[in-house]
Design a protein around this ligand. Structure first.
Ligand SMILES: NC(=O)c1ccc[n+]([C@@H]2O[C@H](COP(=O)([O-])OP(=O)(O)OC[C@H]3O[C@@H](n4cnc5c(N)ncnc54)[C@H](OP(=O)(O)O)[C@@H]3O)[C@@H](O)[C@H]2O)c1
Length: 272
């Protein structure tokens, strides 16, 4: 396992990002932490960390940050693009603004880093771009339309880039997380009780998650799936949706809740 000497991490104010920050800072790595807001307590706790304020949704802010690091020869070896959002969305009706926020954060929040990195001049240093994604991208979840589709798009992009840039100094890696008890995980959702129980059994802690990510970072492996014990949850979500008609019906989802009145039937004979 190669030691990470320098790393940029997005979204370090809580959850997995906060645990990553702690792990690398305590391990003596040069850490750049990117958050959309300043947290004085965090900055005081980790004086060796360089805290940068940027909203990952803003291409200009991210580009300025990456160019600034490159110009001062401070571009880290690893970029752990962890910032993300999740909540029950589009449950009453489709809302474009809500959907756009997911795509802007979970998808463009990563792509905004990839653009300047792929355009920066090639060098002798191999840089690893590591996206923190989710197993949910494979199975979908009607309670998280924006979340699942944004993570799915990310998977496709990274699959393509990891082949496209295979022989270059850029390595694209993805971490497919299962449930981790963080602020995001504890959002209220509409899972049936038995499924919520399975999810509880499938969890691993942010610290265990970080241990696995740190063993994976700086390898040439494209994907890390953790935890394997999350498989029963995702299998039951997938089977429920695919095989049982009306599995999610009657619950508070887009499919179960919205009842639009049918419009007037078009009578073609009247057009003549
Ligand atoms: N927890 C799970 O069960 C789980 C499962 C699968 C995948 N994941 C993935 O793991 C990653 C971390 O999630 P988590 O569970 O640690 O969630 P979390 O505790 O809610 O942390 C999310 C972090 O992202 C930051 N963030 C959100 N929008 C941002 C923006 N526009 N610009 C900059 N930072 C922003 C948040 O900052 P603020 O404090 O400012 O909001 C926070 O620091 C996410 O990508 C998530 O999809 C988590």
């Amino acid at each position: 396992m190669r030691k990470v000497e320098s790393v940029l991490i997005t979204g370090t104010t809580s959850g997995v990002g906060r645990a990553l920050l702690e792990h690398y800072a305590k391990g003596g790595a040069r850490v750049v932490a990117v958050n959309r807001r300043r947290v004085a307590e965090l900055e005081a706790q980790f004086p060796s960390v360089r805290f940068e304020c940027a909203d990952v949704r803003s291409a200009q802010q991210v580009e300025r940050l990456v160019h600034g690091l490159a110009e001062s020869a401070q571009l880290p070896r690893a970029f752990i693009l962890n910032a993300g959002i999740n909540r029950v969305d589009n449950d009453q009706a489709f809302e474009l603004a809500s959907y756009r926020e997911f795509i802007d954060t979970n998808l463009y929040g990563v792509l905004n880093f990839v653009q300047p990195l792929t355009q920066s001049p090639t060098g002798h240093v191999v840089r690893h771009v590591i996206a923190i994604s989710s197993m949910a991208n494979y199975v979908g979840n009607p309670y998280g339309l924006g979340y699942c589709t944004s993570k799915r798009a990310l998977t496709m992009c990274f699959d393509v880039w990891s082949r496209m840039y295979a022989e270059t100094d850029l390595v694209f890696q993805q971490v497919m997380l299962g449930p981790v008890p963080t602020a995001m995980y504890s959002m209220t959702d509409q899972f049936p009780a038995w499924m919520a129980r399975i999810r509880g059994l499938c969890c691993i802690s942010p610290e265990q998650t970080v241990q696995a990510i740190s063993r994976f970072a700086l390898t040439r492996r494209k994907k890390l799936f953790i935890p394997w014990r999350g498989v029963p949850l995702y299998l039951s979500m997938w089977l429920g949706q695919s095989l049982i008609p009306g599995f999610f019906q009657g619950r508070k989802t887009l499919a179960g809740k919205v009842r639009r009145k049918p419009g007037p039937t078009h009578d073609a004979s009247r057009d003549e």
